[in-house]
Design a protein around this ligand. Structure first.
Ligand code: ADP
Length: 486
């Protein structure tokens, strides 16, 4: 690994300010998905360690709550500065454990850090309100108070940003957290915790419980069952989100869920062809297609279809596939062999039903978890890709005739996270954006995420919003005070 600053590397979990190494053979391994190299052995925590972490968080909460928003903001700003100062090391770590190209990893550090800065400020604006009273003698007001101990479970595709997008608003709202990073990418989360400690964030405010895929079930169950945990924020698959939601039902926990997506990317005949192709490349191939807002279905109107696919295929063929740490790599590996098999099966299903491969269409001949960047045409609604999230570098193009058909097909999904529309017609852009059943719409752009805007989905893509002023609300409760001042 190229992480020069090795003191950010930890092979321990963090509970109540103590870095606890693995006990005996309770360890799991973290590998580089590009090379298969062993990166670290970490504690394989279970229910007992999770309960310990919840207790540590609960213990830390009263003092953390007592701090002023200004003091918490100052600590978060220090954390933000340390994250940015460690960009090279954090980016190397992200690339080593999740495989994305170094340039993307560096962009993730900046993106992830931006949430810390944003919420350092936003925490100072957790305003309540005064409400005009219906009775003369009464005074009505609201306070916004922290939820308390929050459980945070994150995926591997943004090892840094998914942690900061949850921890920063939680801490700014004066909550405390138990975080369970993905088993594939816990090292970045631990490095962030080292920097938080260095920034002066008190022991127990951030706890990190590491565990294997098998242990995730016990850790998750413990977090959901424990009545001291008042909220769960989860980013990951819809399937696991559904399960966690059910597990949280008995204790009625507050929930934020960022789940799967199946983003439509609609290109109308009047679109700027160059801009649409550029946007599609960004929306589709970032992180080798492994983001929940990646374009999953490209709907291209018949008048521009052939020119669009020819241009797209030409650009896609030029992508350099390889280890994310190598210079010029545009597309890294998929996260593991299971992800590779899934992409392969989805493409095989489409090809068997008549799809045409314009580029790629197979795994890399030299082996490893690599799939060639692919463009498919002749896609139909009957194919699995029309309904399932690909999570790989495959751009499937569906041809459509008119706006009504594009909208019907785009909305024909259980998911509703992001959508993209390319057209020069302002009225159509607004009409289509309003009719799309998604939480976010990119209009003439393939990149929409930033810290100031509300990120989140509708339908089975989730509940709640992250980033923006709304992101803080997820960690606050409203308390209403009714005062008889007569
Ligand atoms: P992905 O398909 O992106 O790997 P998952 O939903 O499987 O998404 O995983 C996202 C996060 O959820 C990871 O941290 C993983 O360990 C965790 N996870 C998986 N299954 C469970 C479960 N049953 N309970 C709690 N966490 C889980």
């Amino acid at each position: 690994m190229q992480a020069g600053n090795t003191d950010l590397l930890r092979s321990a979990c963090l509970i109540g300010g103590d870095w606890l190494p693995a006990q005996g053979d309770k360890v799991f391994a973290v590998h580089n998905p590009a090379s298969g190299q062993l990166l670290a052995q970490l504690p394989d925590c279970g229910a007992a360690e999770t309960r310990q972490a919840i207790a540590a968080a609960a213990l830390a909460w009263p003092a953390w709550r007592q701090r002023t928003a200004h003091e918490r903001g100052a600590l978060l700003k220090r954390w933000h500065a340390l994250i940015l100062a460690a960009t090279d090391d954090l980016a190397a770590l992200i690339t080593a454990e999740c495989g994305k190209p170094l340039a993307e990893a560096r962009a993730e550090v900046a993106y992830g850090a931006s949430f810390v800065e944003w919420f350092a400020e936003e925490g100072k604006r957790a305003y309540g309100e005064t409400i005009p009273s219906p009775q003369p003698a009464r005074r009505l007001l609201t306070l916004r108070q922290p939820v308390g101990v929050c459980a945070v479970i994150t995926p591997w595709n943004f090892p840094l940003a998914m942690i900061t997008r949850k921890l920063a608003p939680a801490l700014a709202a004066s909550c405390v957290v138990v975080a369970k990073p993905a088993e594939q990418t816990p090292l970045t989360a631990l490095a962030l915790a080292v920097l938080a400690e260095r920034a002066g964030i008190p022991a127990g405010v951030i706890n990190v419980v590491t565990g294997s895929a098998a242990s995730a079930v016990a850790i998750g169950q413990t977090l959901c069952d424990d009545p001291r945990v008042r909220k769960l924020s989860f980013t990951g698959s819809t399937e696991v989100g559904r399960r966690l939601m059910a597990q949280c039902a008995p204790s009625i926990k507050k929930l934020s869920l960022e789940l799967g997506g199946n983003a439509p990317f609609i290109v109308f005949d009047d679109a700027d062809l160059d801009a649409a192709v550029e946007g599609a490349l960004l929306a589709k191939f970032r992180n080798a297609g492994q983001t929940c807002v990646c374009a999953n279905r490209l709907y291209v109107q018949q008048g521009i279809h052939d020119r669009f696919v020819a241009r797209l295929a030409e650009r896609v063929q030029a992508f350099k596939l390889g280890d994310g740490a190598a210079p010029d790599t545009a597309i890294g590996p998929l996260i593991d062999a299971a992800a590779l098999s899934k992409v392969e099966a989805l493409v095989a299903d489409a090809v068997a039903a008549g799809a045409r491969v314009l580029s790629g269409g197979q795994r890399r001949a030299e082996g490893g978890n690599f799939y060639l960047p692919t463009v498919l045409t002749g896609m139909t609604r009957a194919m699995r890709i029309a309904r399932e999230e690909i999570f790989g570098p495959v751009a499937p193009v569906f041809r459509f005739a008119d706006e009504a058909e594009a909208l019907t097909q785009a909305n024909d999904s259980e998911y509703g996270l992001a959508a993209y529309v390319y057209t020069r017609d302002l009225n159509r852009a607004l009409r289509v954006a309003e009719a799309l059943e998604t939480g976010m719409v990119g209009i003439n752009t393939g990149i929409i995420s930033n810290e100031v805007a509300p990120f989140g989905g509708i339908k089975q893509s989730g509940i709640g919003r992250e980033g923006s002023r709304h992101g803080l609300d997820e960690y606050l409760e409203i308390k209403y005070l009714c005062i008889d001042a007569g």
